[in-house]
Structure formats: structure tokens, C-alpha cells
Design a protein around this ligand. Structure first.
Ligand code: NAD
Length: 256
């Protein structure tokens, strides 16, 4: 039997980047998948490509009513929701704190932090109805230390860590595990396309060459960890955080 048979997974931001990688892998391992994204064209395209056991729902994670509809649609289509992946996230255009306007601050917090909060809130009753399940919150290595020019993003991802631990404490007795993943730099449009209001993609500023594993992360790297954490093999893991960054946080590697 495939590892994720009889599981229904909702992946926010599932239409592209890392989310699409998670969706493809979970579907390949037997899960029913719900691609939940604001990008209807790419989301519906991926669902059509995967065929049976895949649906697209339009979801703006920062809107509570959008969440209620997405969870209801998931249960209607597949009978239950057992795994939630809070993956959708956006980066702020690089700017010092004193040059960051309040609208930018609010937008990043709304999507990255409030979106994760609303997702847990909307999904928890459904996971409970299913007899338990798992929630993964995608944070970032930038949620572990400070990073100049990225205050809204850094603050949002730090906060997701506290939310993860709190949700794990509140939901553990319901057989619902909640964990966080901290990717380093992963090759997706997130870093290869310029952020709104900025001329340069993040990749222009970043060279993986000095680090322990001298390459960019790939979505499949993150997917491999996510599949483990959402599988029955991880039944005793909750409230935990996993850095997956090729050694980026360790600093420069010894050169031979
Ligand atoms: P990406 O930009 O390739 O994909 C993000 C997806 O989220 C897109 O499909 C987009 O349409 C969707 N999305 C954006 N706003 C949304 C909203 N309001 N509601 C629903 N969907 C929305 O980025 P990615 O690299 O795949 O990022 C996935 C997650 O990983 C994010 O939370 C990001 O912060 C995190 N992350 C990325 C990196 C990296 O280097 N790429 C590093 C650390 C953490």
C-alpha cells in the first residue's frame, strides 16, 4: 500500500514552487491532493495534469471566509482532510525598517502569519473529524535570525514558530501533530524573480558556493522532509522545527 493512501492533503501555495513539488509527490504516493492557491490558472492546470485524486480550490490564505470554503470543498470532494501544509508565503521587497511602509508590513504578516493561523483554525475541526492528522507550517531559516532588509518577512516567520509550538500543545490530545520546516535558499520563482518593487532577484545576491553543500536547495529536497514528517513514521514528532538549508546557517565551510 502506498504511504499516503487514504490521506487527503491540502497544500496552500500548491500551484507552483515548493508547493507544487509537495503536491506531485504526495499524489504519486497515493494521497488525494487539494491545490489551494490564488493562482487559478496554474493551480487548475496542475490539478488537470494529475487527474483523479487532485482538485484545485481558489484560496487566499489571508481571508477567513476563503478558508471555510476550501476546507468544506475538500471534505465534500474527498470525504475528509487529514494533512494541512501551510506553505503559501510571500517576500517583502528589500528595504530598511525605516523605509518599510505599513501596508507592506501588514501584507506580509497577513499572508505568512495570519494565513497560517487561519489555516490551523479552519483545518483543526476537520482533522479532528478525521480522527487526527498532521499540520506542517513552512517557515524559513530567516525566521531563526535577523536579516537586514527583510523585517516583515523575518518577523512573520519567527512568529510562525511560536504558532507551531502553541498549536502542537493545543492539538496533541486530538492526535494532530504540528511541525515547522525551515528551508534555506530554494530554487523557485520566490528567489529567481524580482520581488515587487525591487529590480533584483534574491538569487543575484546569493552564492551558495561558500556553504557546506555548495548548491541551491531544490523543491524536492524540502518535499522529502515534508513526506517524512507527515508520514506515520513521524508519529512521535510534534512541535518540532527542522532546518533544511545545506548548512547555510552554519556559515562558510572549510575550504580544502
Ligand atoms: P513561490 O513564490 O514559488 O510559490 C508561492 C506560492 O504561493 C505561489 O503558487 C503563489 O501563487 C502562492 N500564494 C501567494 N500568495 C498567496 C495567498 N495569499 N494565498 C494562497 N496562495 C498564495 O515560493 P516557494 O519558494 O515555493 O515558497 C513556499 C514557501 O517556502 C513560502 O512560505 C516561503 O516563504 C518559504 N520559503 C522559501 C524559500 C526559498 O528560498 N524559495 C526559503 C525559505 C522559505
Amino acid at each position: 500500500m502506498s504511504r499516503f493512501e487514504k490521506q487527503t492533503v491540502l497544500v496552500t501555495g500548491g500551484a507552483g514552487g515548493q508547493g507544487a513539488s509537495h503536491v506531485r509527490a504526495l499524489h504519486a504516493e497515493g494521497a488525494d491532493v487539494v491545490i489551494a492557491d490564488i493562482d487559478a490558472e496554474r493551480g487548475a492546470g496542475l490539478a488537470a495534469e494529475l487527474g483523479d485524486g487532485a482538485r484545485f480550490v481558489r484560496l487566499d490564505v489571508s481571508r477567513e471566509e476563503s478558508w471555510a470554503a476550501a476546507v468544506a470543498e475538500t471534505e465534500k470532494a474527498f470525504g475528509a482532510l487529514t494533512i494541512l501544509v501551510n506553505n503559501a508565503g510571500v517576500q517583502n521587497p528589500p528595504a530598511l525598517i525605516e523605509s518599510t511602509d505599513r501596508a507592506t508590513w501588514t501584507r506580509i504578516l497577513d499572508i505568512n502569519l495570519t494565513g497560517t493561523f487561519l489555516g490551523i483554525k479552519a483545518a483543526a475541526p476537520a482533522l479532528r473529524r478525521a480522527g487526527g492528522g498532521s499540520i506542517i507550517n513552512i517557515a524559513s531559516t530567516m525566521g531563526i535570525g535577523g536579516t537586514a532588509f527583510y523585517a516583515p518577512y523575518v518577523a512573520s516567520k519567527w512568529a510562525v514558530r511560536g504558532l507551531t509550538q502553541t498549536a502542537a500543545l493545543e492539538l496533541g490530545r486530538d492526535n494532530i501533530r504540528v511541525n515547522a520546516i525551515h528551508p534555506g535558499v530554494v530554487a523557485t520563482p520566490f528567489i529567481t524573480e524580482p520581488a515587487a518593487g525591487s529590480d533584483a532577484p534574491i538569487a543575484d545576491f546569493y552564492s551558495p558556493e561558500p556553504f557546506a553543500v555548495p548548491r541551491l536547495g531544490q523543491p524536492a529536497d524540502i518535499t522529502a522532509l515534508l513526506l517524512f514528517l507527515t508520514s506515520p513514521q513521524a508519529a512521535f514528532i510534534t512541535g518540532a522545527e527542522y532546518v533544511i538549508d545545506g548548512g547555510l546557517l552554519l556559515g562558510p565551510a572549510l575550504r580544502k
